[in-house]
Design a binder for this molecule. Structure first.
Ligand SMILES: [Zn+2]
Length: 380
């Protein structure tokens, strides 16, 4: 019989709110509803207990990327697990189609094994005007046949494609993605407000890092930001590293979309969990200095070095958002988007025992995935 552990005394964040002196029961790999009489009790008073984080958009970490070999991909997964991310979608960047098809095959095997939750293709179907850290010469219009090629190569594991929906073939591609149950995400886009509304009506449901790599909110041309924020069908990704967004922009998104429609992501690259130095983002060279990643040529911000534990702490302590809203944006919302809400993203019975233990300062003290410690807490 599976060994049962009862974590008692923590402030537990549940979908219904915060429970002081709450408890979470872990039996084997899952969260249980009740414990046998003599189950082991672990005292976690003075801590927060929240679900493991779910990252929708992540290119790598620990010195390795999701565009690398299987070993490198495992290294990147590990780097983020150490920071509380127990479920993640591996993101590629713009590259040539043959490479992306091949990488989709590799990543689909890791998804099959349960190491990643699926694949996010960011590019190549994005706007040259908003290319950010993507290779301009490899960008192309979103041809539905090519979109289909990527989905097929991912063998049922494609979760999301970021595209500039205003480009020729964009709306047809959104429809194709929606029909195949793949999230169409509006991003790296130069669309107008009206064009963005059209994309949402065609089935787009995510805003790829809202505000970044898209036109700013203007009073005569509200652009994609207004269209994505106002529509109930859309979840907006936000990178809360203090570099990509001003705290007021983050707060505006949380207020306007509501906590149920925000997903905090990392958009992390190789340097996450490591530090400054020279790295590659797909085919492009990146310099990381004081935690900020920029292209060596051109200076565009090139992903982040963020981990979700830092995004959590910042959201609560700097941005002063309610803990339960931040947990929704880090766990339940992305889990729901991925169709995994019955498996991850909350501390309800039946879900995987994916837990993050934080101290009263919101510093990470423990990480459990599927009932095993990734980071074992030092409990007194
Ligand atoms: Zn990205």
């Amino acid at each position: 019989m599976a060994h049962t552990k009862v974590f008692a005394g923590a402030r537990v964040v549940l979908p219904t709110g915060i429970v002081d002196d709450g408890r979470v029961i872990v039996e084997g790999t899952r969260i249980a509803g009740s414990a046998p009489e003599h189950a082991e009790v672990v005292d976690v008073r003075g801590h927060w207990l929240v679900p493991g984080f779910v990252d929708l958009h992540n290119h790598g970490g620990g010195g390795a990327s999701f565009s690398g070999t299987a070993d490198e991909v495992q290294k990147a997964i590990r780097a983020h697990r150490l920071h509380g991310t127990t479920t993640l979608v591996a993101s590629t960047v713009t590259d040539d189609m043959d490479f992306l098809v091949q990488q989709a095959g590799l990543l689909s095997e890791l998804a099959e094994q349960g190491d990643i939750a699926g694949i996010h293709f960011e590019g190549p179907f994005i706007s040259p005007c908003r290319k950010g850290a993507h290779s301009e010469e490899l960008l192309r219009d979103p041809d539905p046949a090519e979109v289909r090629k990527l989905i097929d190569a991912a063998r049922g594991r494609a979760k999301m494609v970021t595209l500039a929906t205003e480009l020729p073939g964009g709306i047809e591609s959104v429809r194709l993605l929606a029909e195949h149950g793949v999230i169409a995400a509006v991003g790296h886009t130069d669309a107008t407000y009206e064009q963005t509304v059209e994309a949402i009506d065609a089935g787009a449901t995510v805003a790829t890092h809202l505000f970044n790599a898209m036109p700013t909110l203007g009073h005569r041309s509200p652009g994609p930001v207004a269209a994505l924020l106002e529509d109930e069908r859309v979840t907006v990704e936000l990178i809360n590293d203090g570099t990509h967004l001003h705290p007021a922009a983050l707060e505006l998104a949380f207020r306007h979309a509501g906590a149920g429609r925000v997903a905090l992501i990392t958009d992390a690259m190789d340097a996450a969990g490591i530090g400054d130095g020279r790295y590659m983002l797909g085919p492009l060279e990146v310099e990381v200095s004081e935690g900020v990643a920029r292209l060596v040529h051109g200076g565009s911000i090139a992903g982040s070095t963020l981990t979700l534990d830092r995004a959590f702490k910042r959201a609560v302590t700097v941005d002063r958002l309610p803990v339960e809203d931040v947990v929704a944006a880090l766990c339940a919302n992305p889990a729901r988007l991925l169709g995994m809400a019955d498996q991850v993203g909350s501390l309800e019975p039946g879900r995987f025992a994916d837990l993050v233990l934080l101290d009263e300062n919101f510093d990470l003290k423990g990480v459990m995935r599927h009932g095993d410690w990734v980071v074992a807490p030092q409990l007194s």
